[in-house]
Write a protein that binds this ligand. Structure first.
Ligand code: SF4
Ligand code: SF4
Length: 396
């Protein structure tokens, strides 16, 4: 999630001066502060780790008017900021209309893009807009690493978009990188690219969701690389991470950012057909809270859905109860546990103390069925771009 977008403009305030903001977050806020809105499942790329298994547009996508209505609702709820993604959101023909409508209704937008469609004209138009932040994705500091994950030509396209934004005077856009086993050695390279544009670097964690259910085994960082990443981040508090790496805080001093799972509390996802999930990384029926087309719309789901109410209950420390680092790590990421077949009360699959390793071995050895995402919009016949060894798991 993108908790670096947590801003002091959030409507919710601590109910008592003695309560910490984290305690307030755990009980949920009147409006989400990290709301991801995926505008479309259409995408020109087929990244091997796409969290939403995007590729094909869903014919039931929200119409332009429904998008405007949803923005109106965000405005009424005082959702000041949304993270727009996809798929590739710029593939929607009404993309700029939606951005302009949001800006006119006090809803700031940060959108994530692979950059393919930011030509000179689009860059100039984007640079002229208010309340807009742009995040361009690369997963290698050079084409040889990036294109294995995101497809041939995708690195050049992303760099072209960065060049165009810089030339148009957009200002400090963001460069977003999913940390993988293949690119941890390139952290300095990513930082150098960001610095060369006056951009901000944002690192996010690879979760085993979407197409990454089958590539996670191969791509997720090793324990040694996790330590490398942790110390690198500690030295660079200006690198944004959201809530991505709070499980690494069990290594010592806490990393900046939100150190708890905000799913259903401060985080949620609205998908292209209006389904609302607890988090962008748990696109599965078990974490589906409702649809914005239902009576009461988004605000009713956020405030009253059984799922979100239950996620705001105090959580059990489960198998982590004896761990002295629980306060720092909180047992890790719900989505990561779920899609590798662990219980939600188990330790994070990338627990830095190795607590999950015997459990993962057991899941593998017994051939246990593990969940698969409820949505797969991958384009049939379009191979994922990479020689990454995919281990297709048997899934329920
Ligand atoms: S499930 Fe994981 S990615 Fe989603 S909000 Fe919780 S910690 Fe973040
Ligand atoms: S045992 Fe649990 S709380 Fe402790 S470091 Fe591992 S995941 Fe975190």
């Amino acid at each position: 999630m993108n908790s670096e977008s947590v801003r002091p403009v959030v409507a919710a305030q601590p109910r008592a001066a003695t309560r910490s903001l984290v305690e307030e977050f755990k009980e949920g806020l009147d409006a989400p502060i990290c709301l991801t809105w995926e505008l479309t499942y259409a995408c020109n790329l087929s990244c091997v780790h796409c969290l939403s298994s995007s590729g094909r547009r869903d014919p039931r996508e929200l119409t332009t008017q429904e998008c405007y209505d949803l923005i109106d609702e965000f405005q009424r709820m005082k959702v000041f900021y949304v993270n727009i993604g996809g798929g590739e959101p710029m593939l929607r023909t009404d993309f700029f209309d939606i951005l302009e409508y949001a800006a006119a209704h006090d809803v700031g937008v940060k959108f994530s893009t692979n950059g393919t469609y930011i030509d000179e004209a689009a860059a100039a138009r984007l640079a002229s807009m208010d309340y807009l932040d742009i995040q361009i994705s690369i997963d290698g500091a050079d084409a040889s690493v990036n294109d294995l994950i995101r497809g041939e030509g995708s690195y050049a396209a992303a760099r072209r978009a960065m060049d165009n934004l810089a030339a148009a005077g957009f200002g400090a856009f963001k460069i977003s990188v999913v940390a993988t086993r293949h690119n941890i050695d390139q952290l300095d390279g990513f930082k150098a690219i960001a610095d060369s544009y006056g951009a901000q670097l944002r690192l996010t964690r690879l979760r085993p969701s979407g197409r990454a259910v089958d590539s996670w085994d191969e791509l997720h960082p090793t324990q040694e690389q996790q330590r490398q990443l942790y110390y690198w981040l500690l030295d660079r508090p200006d690198v944004l991470t959201g809530d991505s790496f709070f499980h690494l805080s069990a290594l010592g001093d806490p990393l900046p950012g939100l150190n708890l799972c905000g799913a259903g509390r401060v985080v949620c996802l609205v998908d292209p057909v209006g389904d609302v999930y607890a988090c962008p990384f748990v696109i599965h029926d078990q974490f589906l809270a409702g649809n914005i087309r239902d009576d009461g719309g988004f605000s009713h789901i956020w405030r009253n859905s059984d799922l979100f109410v239950s996620l705001r209950e105090p959580e059990s420390e489960g198998a982590c109860t004896a761990c002295e680092m629980y306060d720092a790590c909180q047992g890790g990421c719900m989505a990561s546990k779920f899609f590798v077949g662990l219980e939600l009360t188990d330790p994070d699959p990338e627990c830095v103390k190795g607590a999950a390793e015997p459990l993962l071995e057991k899941v593998g050895a017994t051939g246990s069925l593990v969940p698969r995402p409820s949505v797969d919009r991958s384009r049939p016949g379009v191979p994922v771009p990479s020689p990454v060894r995919l281990r297709k798991r048997q899934r329920v």
